[in-house]
Design a binder for this molecule. Structure first.
Ligand SMILES: CC(=O)N[C@H]1[C@@H](OP(=O)(O)OP(=O)(O)OC[C@H]2O[C@@H](n3ccc(=O)[nH]c3=O)[C@H](O)[C@@H]2O)O[C@H](CO)[C@@H](O)[C@@H]1O[C@H](C)C(=O)N[C@@H](C)C(=O)N[C@H](CCC(=O)O)C(=O)O
Ligand SMILES: Nc1ncnc2c1ncn2[C@@H]1O[C@H](COP(=O)(O)OP(=O)(O)OP(=O)(O)O)[C@@H](O)[C@H]1O
Ligand SMILES: N[C@H](CCC[C@H](N)C(=O)O)C(=O)O
Ligand SMILES: [Mg+2]
Length: 490
C-alpha cells in the first residue's frame, strides 16, 4: 500500500526525506515482531518507549518510522504530534476503514460491559444480523472465535479484527471499550454509531491517577462520538440515568441521547420489578411500546444490563417481540452468575465479580434468596488497584456469612501481601487459604443444605497467573470435580 494513503487522515505531519511512492507491506508497533516492508510506529508506553526500538525495527526491515521526536536512521521518519492516535488512524486506513462499513456499538463502564455486549449480540442475531464481538471473553467473528488477552485490543489488532469481520460479511460489531483503551487511544480510529454507558464505580485506580481521571477516560467514548469519517449516519449515546455520573457524561456528547433507568425518569425503563430465585420479571417501557419481560437472568443489576441492551435494540428498530424473546431465552454469559450443579443440596455460583460494586451486587442477590449461609471464596488480582482490596473484603464482611480469602491472579505480586491488603480493616471472621483449589474445596465441603457458595473474581477465566506464569485453572471445572467426588464418596 502507498504510504501517503495511510497518512491521509493525519492532519499534521512532516517527513525527514521524501516518502513519495514508498510502499508499505504492513504496520508494526513492536520491534520484536517487525517484518520487512513494515511501517514502524513508536509508541510511548508505560514500561518502555517505542522510540528506543526504532533502530531494531529498521534492522528487521522497517521501511519508514512514525515518531514524535527526531530519530537518526537511514529510513524516512514521519513526525507527528501523537503516535498513539497516528497508529489508530494508520491501522484503520491500512484495513480500508472497516468501521465505516459496520454498525459499531461500543460499551463502556466499570461493570456489565461483557454482559451487555452478549445481550446486544443475541438481539441482533435474533433480528437476522451477522455479528462480531470484541471483549473480555474472546473475539467472535460470525461463527469463528479467537482468544484475546485484552478486553479492548491495541489499535492494530482491533482494526485487523474489524477487517476480518468485513471479510465474513458481518454487519454489526459489538465491542467493550475499556478505560485503558480510551486513555491509550486504542479506539481512536473507530467510527462508533452507538456508545453505551453502564455505570462507574471503583476500579483501575492503579492506572488512572484518581476517579476524575478514570471518568475522563470513560467519557472519551462519548466526547469523540461522531468524530469519525462517516458523518452521514446518526450517532447515539445510550446512558444509564441512575448512575450518578450520567449527568456529567451526557454533557460530554453532542449526539442524540437515549437514557435508561429504574429510579430516575428515562426513555427506557423497568417497572414492577420482581426478583426471584429463578430470575427477574419486569415491565419494559420504551418509546415504542411496553412489554412484560420474564428472564432467567438474576438480580437487579441484570435488569440494568437488559435495559442497556433494549435501548440499543430500540435504536435499530428491533421489534419488541424479539426483545422479549431474547431476554426470556438467554442463558447468560459464561462465568457470570453461572451455577454449578451436580445434584447437591446447596448452591454453587461462579461469578466474575472483581470490583467492590459487582461483588456487592452479586452477594446481595444471593443473600436475598439463600435459606442457609452465604459462603464466599475470592481474592484480588495482583498488579492492579490495591485500594479496591480492603473495599472488596468489607463488602464480603457485610453480605456474606462465611469468607474464605484466596488467590486470584497474583501476577507478579506476593499473594500474602495481597491478602494483607484485603484484610487490613478486619481482624476476624474469615479464613485465608492461598491455594484456590483448596479454598474452593473447603467452602464446598463445609456447605450445608440451603447454603450458597459464591466463587468470585475469575468467572470465565481458564488460567491462573502466578509469578507471571499462566497455568490452566477454571473455577467451574474445579467446583464440578469437587462436587462429583463428594457425591461419589458419599
Ligand atoms: C497498562 C497497560 O494498559 N499496558 C498496555 C500498554 O503497555 P505499555 O504502555 O507498558 O507498553 P510498553 O511495554 O511500555 O511498550 C511501549 C511500546 O514499545 C514497544 N516495544 C516494547 C519493547 C520492545 O522490545 N520493542 C518495542 O517495540 C511496544 O510494542 C509498545 O508499542 O500497551 C501494550 C501494547 O498495547 C499492552 O499490551 C499493555 O497491556 C498490559 C499488558 C495490560 O495488562 N493491560 C491491562 C491492564 C489492560 O489494558 N486492561 C484493560 C482493561 C480490562 C478491564 O477491566 O476490562 C483491557 O482493555 O484489557
Ligand atoms: N450492570 C451491572 N452493575 C453492577 N455489577 C454488574 C453489572 N453487570 C454485571 N455485574 C457484575 O460484574 C461482573 C462482571 O460483569 P461483566 O463481565 O459483564 O463486566 P465488565 O464490565 O465486562 O467487566 P471487565 O471490566 O472485567 O471487562 C459480573 O460477574 C457481575 O458480578
Ligand atoms: N479486566 C480486569 C479483570 C480482572 C479479573 C481478575 N480475575 C484479576 O485478574 O484481577 C483486569 O484486568 O483488571
Ligand atoms: Mg468485560
Amino acid at each position: 500500500m502507498n504510504i501517503e494513503a495511510l497518512l491521509e487522515h493525519i492532519r499534521f505531519y512532516r517527513t525527514t526525506s521524501s516518502i513519495r511512492s514508498l510502499k508499505v507491506e504492513g504496520i508494526s508497533m513492536d520491534s520484536r515482531v517487525t517484518s520487512p516492508g513494515d511501517l514502524f510506529i513508536c509508541i510511548r508506553g508505560i514500561k518502555a518507549d517505542g522510540h528506543r526500538f526504532a533502530s531494531q525495527a529498521v534492522a528487521r526491515g522497517a521501511v519508514a518510522i512514525v515518531a514524535e521526536e527526531m530519530i537518526q536512521t537511514k529510513v524516512p521518519v514521519i513526525l507527528v504530534n501523537d503516535t498513539s492516535r497516528a497508529l489508530a488512524m494508520i491501522a484503520s486506513a491500512f484495513y480500508r476503514f472497516p468501521t465505516n462499513k459496520l454498525q459499531l456499538i461500543g460499551i463502556t463502564g466499570t461493570n456489565g460491559k461483557t454482559s451487555v455486549s452478549y445481550l446486544v449480540d443475541e438481539l441482533f442475531r435474533l433480528n437476522k444480523s451477522k455479528t462480531g464481538i470484541i471483549g473480555t471473553i474472546q473475539v467472535k467473528i460470525a461463527d469463528e472465535t479467537i482468544p484475546i488477552r485484552h478486553t479492548t485490543p491495541d489499535a492494530l489488532h482491533l482494526q485487523g479484527y474489524f477487517s476480518q469481520m468485513i471479510g465474513k460479511q458481518v454487519d454489526t460489531a459489538i465491542m467493550e471499550v475499556s478505560s485503558h483503551a480510551l486513555d491509550q487511544g486504542r479506539v481512536y480510529g473507530c467510527d462508533f454509531d452507538v456508545a453505551v454507558f453502564t455505570n462507574l464505580t471503583r476500579d483501575h485506580l492503579d492506572y488512572h491517577d484518581n476517579f476524575d481521571d478514570y471518568f475522563r477516560a470513560k467519557s472519551l467514548l462519548f466526547s469523540q462520538l461522531g468524530n469519525g469519517y462517516n458523518r452521514e449516519r446518526s450517532k447515539y449515546a445510550v446512558v444509564n440515568r441512575d448512575c450518578p455520573y450520567s449527568k456529567k457524561l451526557i454533557q460530554s456528547t453532542s449526539q442524540t441521547l437515549l437514557t435508561y433507568g429504574i429510579e430516575q425518569q428515562a426513555d427506557v425503563m423497568a417497572h414492577q420489578i420482581i426478583c426471584l430465585e429463578t430470575g427477574t420479571s419486569f415491565q419494559l417501557e420504551t418509546p415504542v411500546g411496553k412489554i412484560e419481560v420474564h428472564s432467567p437472568l438474576m438480580g437487579r443489576f441484570s435488569i440494568y444490563n437488559m435495559l442497556a441492551a433494549a435501548s440499543v435494540a430500540v435504536l435499530y428498530d428491533i421489534p419488541l417481540s424479539i426483545i422479549r424473546d431474547c431476554f426470556e431465552q438467554t442463558s447468560g454469559v459464561r462465568g457470570r452468575f453461572e451455577p454449578v450443579k451436580q445434584g447437591q443440596d446447596f448452591g454453587v455460583v461462579v461469578d466474575y465479580a472483581h470490583t467492590p460494586d459487582s461483588l456487592k451486587n452479586v452477594l446481595k442477590t444471593i443473600k436475598q434468596f439463600c435459606q442457609g449461609k452465604v459462603r464466599v471464596v475470592f481474592g484480588c488480582g495482583g498488579d492492579r488497584d490495591r485500594k479496591k482490596r480492603p473495599m472488596m473484603a468489607d463488602v464480603a464482611m457485610q453480605w456474606a456469612d462465611h469468607i474464605i480469602f484466596t488467590m486470584d491472579n497474583p501476577r507478579t505480586e506476593d499473594p500474602e501481601q495481597i491478602f494483607l491488603d484485603m484484610s487490613a480493616h478486619i481482624e476476624a471472621g474469615y479464613e485465608w487459604i492461598p491455594d484456590r483449589k483448596k479454598a474452593i474445596k473447603h467452602a464446598i465441603m463445609e456447605a450445608e443444605k440451603g447454603d450458597m457458595v459464591l466463587i468470585a473474581g475469575k468467572g470465565h477465566e481458564t488460567y491462573q497467573e502466578i509469578n507471571g506464569v499462566r497455568t490452566h485453572f477454571d473455577d467451574r471445572e474445579v467446583a464440578r470435580e469437587i462436587l462429583k467426588s463428594v457425591k461419589e464418596n458419599s
